[in-house]
Ligand binder design. Structure first.
Ligand code: DSN
Length: 415
């Protein structure tokens, strides 16, 4: 029985979510549209199978098709990223990070990552995360004026704190991350270098951002975001860490891998190795630059003054609003973003000054620089009518008409 008849309530919620994704301008920089092929693999019979262990060393029988599938996925990831070794079993980015830390560090060891309010991630040692409790976390910040990574300061902190691991990577940093500079500091202080490329792995795969693989001991990525695969995680590492990382994932942290996700990742990796994907990755950046340019013209203050990647962080208070107020008004008008702290934000994290946006999803719909101009104009109009629900709803109707001109991968019938 199909879902529609087996469970009409759930079917309707999924259908409506598809329609929402079709009719809105989705600017959350960590979101995207997975292809129909990726979605098909995700919703396959592979969800029925348990496979604790690794290929040819499983704890359960019946792995005739799972072993070649996992090996194929690993080979595709190794070849796309040029990595010595890949583990495709992590359930997502957070457990992948924890697996790396638990494999290479002892509780109480010093871990140095980017502070969350400055653009890092919870699992880079932020105090409320288990990673900030299990390890002695020290956090680097961005420069107070430029809001960019300051490698003199990072080096000074590393020399003072002597971390056993340095984490390079961010979730709200609009500039290129210089992995080579991180590697040189890590080498000087005798630390492992761990790169978290969850946000930018699609850009790395497509050649639109430098790769950390030559420099880092370990690299973690989620598999959705710019890589446009299923919700999952993976770890790339140097061959000397292969055994440690595999043991840390299973049996250290996880049980059976999600084979349906592995299959969908294999599909996404094949898509990401095409010339079309390369063009997609470069267009994401071109679109982000175009949108940033339009926002600057409209008087918004952008963190670091622009972008080199898929992401823009702007200060809504520079135009008399707040991150929360503006992101709510934008949502009402069909433009989906998230409120975000800006570096050295004087406001509280639940109602911060900034709004974080990005171009991976709109680029997947085939939008280019001219459309970014329209999106910038929509954002400015929303700001001008922030408290006028009727005006926001009217903009929302225009936004839906605008979106319907662009196909959304994986959502064939939403129009
Ligand atoms: N939740 C992701 C993001 O939006 O950046 C990070 O895990």
């Amino acid at each position: 029985m199909t879902l529609e008849f087996a469970d009409p309530e759930v079917h309707a919620l999924i259908r409506d979510e598809g329609k929402r994704q079709f009719d809105t301008i989705r600017l959350i920089p960590s979101e995207n549209y997975a292809s129909a092929a990726v979605l098909e693999a995700t919703g396959s019979v592979l969800t029925n199978k348990y496979s604790e262990g690794y290929a040819n060393k499983r704890y359960y029988e019946g792995q005739e098709f799972i072993d070649p599938l996992e090996l194929l996925t690993i080979e595709r990831a190794k070849s796309l990223f040029g990595a010595d070794h890949v583990n495709v079993q992590p359930y997502s980015g957070s457990p992948a990070n924890l697996a790396v830390y638990s494999g290479l560090l002892q509780p109480g060891d010093t871990l140095m990552g980017m502070s969350l309010p400055h653009g890092g991630h919870l699992t880079h040692g932020w105090k409320v995360s288990v990673t900030g409790k299990l390890y002695r976390a020290v956090q680097y910040k961005v420069d107070e004026t430029s809001h960019r990574l300051d490698f003199d300061e990072i080096r000074e902190l590393a020399l003072k704190e002597r971390p056993k691991m340095i984490i390079a990577g961010a979730t709200a940093y609009p500039r290129i991350v210089d992995f080579e500079a991180f590697a040189s500091i890590a080498k000087e202080v005798g630390a492992y270098l761990h790169a978290d490329i969850a946000h930018i792995s699609g850009l790395v795969a497509g050649g639109a951002h430098p790769s950390p693989v030559p420099y880092a001991d370990t690299v973690v990525s989620t598999t959705h975001k710019t890589l446009r695969g299923p919700r999952g995680g993976m770890i790339l590492c140097k061959s000397e860490h292969a055994k440690t990382i595999d043991r840390a994932v299973f049996p250290g942290l996880q049980g059976g891998p999600h084979n349906h996700t592995t299959a969908a990742l294999a599909v996404a990796l094949k898509e990401a190795s095409t010339s079309e994907f390369k063009a997609y990755a470069h267009q994401i950046v071109a679109n982000a630059r175009a949108l940033a340019g339009r926002l600057i013209e409209q008087g918004f203050t952008l963190v670091t003054g622009g972008t080199d990647n898929h992401l823009i962080l702007f200060d809504a208070t520079s135009r008399g609003s707040t991150g929360r107020r503006l992101s709510r008004a934008l949502n009402r008008a069909g433009i989906i973003t998230n409120a975000n702290t800006v570096p050295f934000d004087p406001r509280k994290p639940f109602d911060p000054s900034g709004v974080r946006i990005g171009t991976p999803a709109v680029t997947s719909r085939g939008m280019k620089e001219p459309e970014m101009g329209h999106i910038g104009n929509f954002i400015s109009r929303v700001l001008e009518h922030e408290d006028d629900v009727d005006a926001l709803d009217a903009i929302g109707r225009e936004v839906a008409d605008f979106c319907r001109q662009f196909p959304a991968p994986g959502i064939p019938n939403a129009a």
